[in-house]
Ligand binder design. Structure first.
Ligand SMILES: Cc1cc2nc3c(=O)[nH]c(=O)nc-3n(C[C@H](O)[C@H](O)[C@H](O)COP(=O)(O)OP(=O)(O)OC[C@H]3O[C@@H](n4cnc5c(N)ncnc54)[C@H](O)[C@@H]3O)c2cc1C
Length: 292
């Protein structure tokens, strides 16, 4: 049997036109670290691969309103960007814990999102920072919140003729602190058993004005623990509140048992890790309050 046709369009316009003409049978390829394995395992059998390597979606730009990351930026590029390590530490943390250097050099932001794994490591931090996505087709461009992008494992709201072009992150008001934690079966090169990103912003009275608690690998898609976020909002962070919020978050999961871990272990570790993340955020916010 022959493999798929391959094309590397010179610009985004050509890529979108070809995607429009060939629809779902044409598959975009970025780093190929997910797609090639899925083709090898016969989960996907596209007729055509549209390689985005010449399409100039590989820049990161900074503005007063936030940052814009092209869909084809690699994990290594994100990690070497000072504005991300400085202002979006949970995203940098996820990239640091992601596979090893060869995969980080090839794997892209867009590929991690469109692959739509419930355990994708970049999704919790991006949701915690209220990311928006830009999707383009040959006839339109639309911007939509990342919340609501995933409809199930491997499923998104993208139309067959669309390409993800950009991820936008708003600026974070001060004081804000955020953290990413990943639990895998081993220290590196592991798929997450549980991953999470938490971001808290405080108001002038040191009460939580915005809380984002995002959990991965514990439901069919990454989820926000809305009840736990609501519990924290408007409150001062105390040890008691943190313990309660962690307990509530673990009850918001709908984890399953699979080859990596049992449902019960995932629920228990969600509680432990949310508490740990919130304590670390509280300590960081207290340190910045006393130094500023
Ligand atoms: C050894 C190994 C370790 C890994 N470790 C991790 C890990 O620690 N954490 C983790 O989250 N993942 C991990 N992965 C999975 C994978 O590397 C990531 O999901 C990576 O970000 C995928 O990016 P890519 O550019 O290689 O995507 P590709 O394989 O090129 O594409 C993935 C999917 O997205 C689509 N796509 C890609 N870009 C676009 C776009 N711009 N618009 C529309 N569709 C697009 C493709 O058609 C395909 O369906 C690992 C994979 C391997 C092989």
């Amino acid at each position: 049997m022959n493999g798929p046709e391959y094309i590397a369009p010179a610009n985004l316009g050509d890529a979108l036109r070809i995607k429009h003409e060939r629809g779902a049978q044409a598959r975009v390829i970025a780093g190929g670290t997910d797609l090639i394995l899925r083709m090898r395992d016969k989960v996907l059998a596209p007729d055509l691969l549209i390689d985005l390597k010449n399409v100039s979606l590989d820049t990161i730009s900074d503005s007063d309103n936030g940052i814009r990351l092209g869909a084809c930026v690699t994990l290594s590029q994100i990690l070497s960007e000072p504005v991300i390590t400085g202002s979006y530490p949970a995203l940098a943390g996820a990239c640091r814990e992601f596979a090893g250097p060869p995969i980080r050099n090839r794997g892209t932001l867009g590929g991690n999102l469109v692959n739509a794994s419930p355990a994708a490591d970049l999704v919790p931090p991006l949701l915690a920072y209220d990311a928006n996505l830009v999707l383009a087709s040959s006839s339109a461009v639309r911007e939509l919140p990342l919340t609501g992008f995933f409809t199930g494992p491997g499923q998104t709201v993208m139309a067959p003729d669309e390409i993800l072009t950009e991820v936008r992150l708003p600026s974070m008001p001060a004081p804000t602190a955020s953290v990413f934690i990943k639990l895998g079966q081993r220290r590196s090169m592991a798929i997450s058993i549980v991953n999470l990103a938490i971001r808290l912003t405080l108001d002038d009275a040191s009460r939580v004005s915005a809380a984002r608690i995002v959990l991965g690998a514990v439901a069919p898609t990454p989820i926000r623990a809305g009840a736990s976020e609501a519990l924290l909002t408007g409150q001062e962070l105390s040890g008691e509140l943190i313990a309660l919020a962690a307990k509530k978050a673990s009850r918001e999961t709908s984890a399953i048992t699979d080859v990596r871990a049992s449902k019960e272990y995932r629920e228990k570790m969600t509680r432990v890790l949310v508490r740990r993340a919130l304590e670390s955020i509280r300590d960081e916010l207290q340190r910045s309050e006393s130094s500023g």
